[in-house]
Design a protein around this ligand. Structure first.
Ligand code: UTP
Length: 274
């Protein structure tokens, strides 16, 4: 049973400067809701209620968001504005939130390792809130949990990207699992390969289910691409033992870590909700 969802949210978000100088990237809103709230809602939809968030300096707004704001709530109580807080209040009622800080930003793998203290020795989900996912039926994480229940190993969500973009992602190679059209047993993984070196165009997006042995592997993972400790390198160790499944999810992902993706997501949700 997976109960916990880890949110690495310590990155600097340099692509959104100056907005992210004093505001966490995860708090940038698509319409009226911050990115990380979409992520928490997705986790709740998948049945997870223990949120573990890896933050860093300048990220206090995330903690305040998932807390009561007495003054504000007192002020709008009984007015027509009160329902505007009902979604976030319901999340706060349903979930627990715990936090730890990544002191030095040494990469996503390092951020996940920093979260070990909140996760312990159990399988867990990871959501990168800047990848905003939406789907018609089951949420992307809910789909992945179903896959996990079948294979009981680490699961990465993948999508096909234009070959010229492989240098923005971790890219996998793998073999379709018998009888499926969307599930691959991973044989290789490369972090941000040049298109000419990419094994495929199947890119890992910001959704993972990880088994807890990943922590020991991460402890022994040397800095890779960009001098950062890469989760892709650690996952490759599990993949060599046949213990990583890549799953082509049903739904849509917006790369809200980039301005283009953020604008696309905003337009999409504006149309959907308008
Ligand atoms: P990104 O590669 O998007 O980096 O991180 P970033 O710093 O957030 O943004 P840019 O590239 O400077 O604009 C992917 C995810 O990993 C987290 C980020 O918060 C984001 O969710 N991360 C990355 C950490 O938590 N710690 C790190 O050291 C690096």
């Amino acid at each position: 049973m997976i109960k916990k969802c880890l949110f690495p949210a310590a990155g600097y978000g340099t692509r959104f400067l100056p907005a992210t100088k004093a505001t966490p990237k995860e708090m940038l809103p698509v319409l009226t809701k911050p990115l990380i709230q979409y992520g928490v809602e997705e986790a709740v939809e998948a049945g997870l209620t223990t949120m573990a968030i890896v933050t860093g300096r300048g990220k206090r707004a995330i903690e305040d968001h998932f807390d009561i704001s007495y003054e504000l709530e007192h002020q709008i109580k009984g007015t027509s504005k009160e329902p505007l807080l009902s979604e976030i209040r319901s999340l706060i009622d349903q979930c627990t939130f715990s936090y730890t800080r990544q002191v030095e930003m040494k990469g996503l793998g390092h951020a996940i390792l920093t979260g070990e203290t909140l996760i312990g020795n159990e399988p867990f989900a990871v959501i990168l809130a800047d990848d905003l996912c939406t789907s018609q039926n089951d949420s992307v994480l809910a789909q992945m949990i179903e896959v996990y229940e079948k294979y009981q190993c680490s699961i990465v969500a993948i999508e096909e990207v234009p070959m010229k973009d492989t240098n923005k992602y971790g890219v996998i190679a793998g073999n379709l699992v018998d009888g499926t059209k969307d599930t691959y047993r991973v044989t290789d993984m490369v972090e941000k390969p040049d298109p000419k070196d990419a094994p495929t165009n199947m890119a890992i997006i910001g959704r993972y289910i990880l088994t807890p042995d990943i922590f020991d592997i991460l402890r022994n993972t040397k800095p890779g691409k960009g001098g950062e400790i890469q989760i892709t390198d650690a996952l490759l160790e599990q993949a060599k033992q046949g213990k990583v499944i890549a799953f082509k999810f049903k739904g849509q992902r917006f790369d809200c870590g980039s301005v283009d993706g953020f604008v696309e997501a905003t337009n999409y949700f504006y149309k959907k909700e308008g």
